[in-house]
Structures are given as C-alpha cells and as structure tokens.
Design a protein around this ligand. Sequence first.
Ligand code: ES4
Length: 366
Amino acid sequence: MSLVRFRPGPLLIFYIGRKPSNNYISYLKFVIHSSKKTHVNHTQLNNYIEGTFEPELMFEIARRNNISINYKSIDELKKAYSFNNLQEFLDIYYAGASVLLQVQDFYELTWAYLTKVHEQNLIHTEIFFDPQTHTDRGLSFDTVIQGIRSALDDGKEKLGISSKLIMCFLRHLDEAAAFETLNQALPYKNWIAGVGLDSSELGHPPSKFQRVFSKARDEGFITVAHAGEEGPAEYVWEAINLLNVSRIDHGNRSLDDKQLIKYLIETQIPLTVCPLSNLELKVVNDLKDHPLLKLMEAGLVVTINSDDPAYFGGYMNENYTQIASALNLTKKHITQLAKNSFKASFLDDREKEKLIHQVDTYYQKN
Ligand code: ES4
C-alpha cells in the first residue's frame, strides 16, 4: 500500500516527492500516489492469503485443476459478493479456496498478492492462512505451506517485501482438530511466527481453544485471535486472559465494555481493524458509523487492515481512503495509524523504531 494493504495482514510505505496541501485527502492521496523515490513505510497485520484470491485467478486455477465453479463467469461470481453477515461471506470464501490443490496454486495465490501490494509499496506483511480449509479436503499441510512459503521467499528476494505467517485455527471446528493442526505445523515451526483464531465467531468463544493455545505458546508461537468482530466484548476478555494474545483482530465490540477499553489503553494491546470488511459484513451499516476514530481518540493502538481484499472491495489504499473520507480523518490521525501499524507488528524493536521515525519525519516535512 503506498499505504500498504492485505488480511492479514502487511506494512505500508509512504512516498515523498512534493508537498501536499494541508487538506487530509490530498495528504492521503499524496501518501498513496506520489513518486517512488523516497518513502515512508506502513504495514498490514490482518490479511488472509485465501482472502486475496481474485476471481480471475480463481477461474484460471479451477480450469487447470478441472474443478467446476458454481458461477458461469467472473462477473457472475463477483455479483455473489454481497453479504449480510460473516457466515454468508465464509461460505463463499471456503468454496473459493477449494479450487486450490497444488503447491503451484498456493504459490500463485501468494505471488499475485505480493505483486499487487508491491505496487502499493508494501514493505512488510503479516499474513493469515487457514490450513484446515485445505487439509479437510485431503491436501497435505506441506502442500499448503510450501507454496505460500516459496512465494514469500521470492517476495523478499525480488520485491523486498518481508513477511510473517500466522496460522489460524478454524473456531467452528473442535479442539481436537486444532490440536491435530498444531501438531502438523510443528515441523514447520521456523516458518510460522504465530497462531490465530478465526472463522464463525458467535457460539465459538476463545475459551474453547484455551488448551491448544497454551500448547502453541509452549512451542514458542506468538498468539492472536479474532474477537469482538461479531461476538461480544466478553470474547475479547477471553482472548486476552485465556489465550494470552499479543493482538486482537477486529475488536470493534470492545467499546461495549468500559473496563475493557481501560484495560486495552493501559496494556496497549493493539486492535487490527478492517473498515471495508466491517462494512461488507454489516458489522457497521455505514463507514461514518465505524468506531475506528472513537477507539483511536480513547488512546487504543488501532491499525488499518484489509482482511479479505478480493472479497471486500479493497486493499490497503482503499481502506485508508474510504475510512479517512467517512470519518474526516486528519493528517495527524493518518500518521498515527501508520505508526501504530509498525508498533503493533511482530518486527523487532529496532526495525519498528526505524520505521516509526520515518513516518514522523514524513509527517513533519509534509
Ligand atoms: C475472516 Cl473477516 C473474517 N473473520 C473471521 N474469519 C475469517 N476468515 C476469513 N476472513
């Protein structure tokens, strides 16, 4: 994303070339579109690799694998991207992912994402992947991770994009299945920075996965979890107290609980917020009602992310421009969001400081 984009997770780069006006929209457009000669960075932390599956690539891979898609054309498929809630989206998202069969398919999916975010000047991405979506169809864990990993290696080498992988457990499945997935991941421990929790939130509280997260932490994984996207603030407490998470994915519903907000401010546990996802999944009815600014002004560490950009109509740039416009964000807010994205990342402290300093310098000069 010139500001950078992706679900999971990635980091954002601002380009500096000429002075923007004081108006926030020109500032943001400037950040996004100006010359590539100098830049400030940004990262994205809540981005699903399976959620970057653009319809064109989906049809191509389906054809190659002799799998028929339930939609006659790309346009027909795109028309189906209209959701009333998280579950309606997940049904179509899992169906889309089911055309991925070979290592090469996972490679192409990931590489397509990386080249796209490279155009938006992303320099770092922290990406979710859902192994159970694939192993439940008979694929091996190895097939999935080899394809993703080798594209990420090429992304580093050829595009200069660094990355971290976060493996999510599907919370609509049971604890035993999550343990099995964790065991499958152990031989690939060096490739996976953390574990997360995703899929249908309501009725599947974090407490269901307390023991598997405990084992994951013992094995050295960082932990994160989706909480308070559709579920109650209580689920955010559970993610913090029972799963020991370093970040909350979404967390919108935290605002329902004053004590929780106080705690999130004190501890500076970040929230990875996804404006266009929230709009498309009817978590909010209008971006003007989005809680992002309230959360920021209260002093929480809030970041902007794109979640499943191929399904929700936008990568990072689109998330930034649309939320900035809806909430009248100022240059100061936008700069704070970029700095938060580094602060909340799993980069090491020296790297974070360097990147935050670049954002500050950019802000002062522009
Ligand atoms: C997801 Cl937006 C969202 N929430 C929960 N689980 C997911 N898996 C893919 N996208």
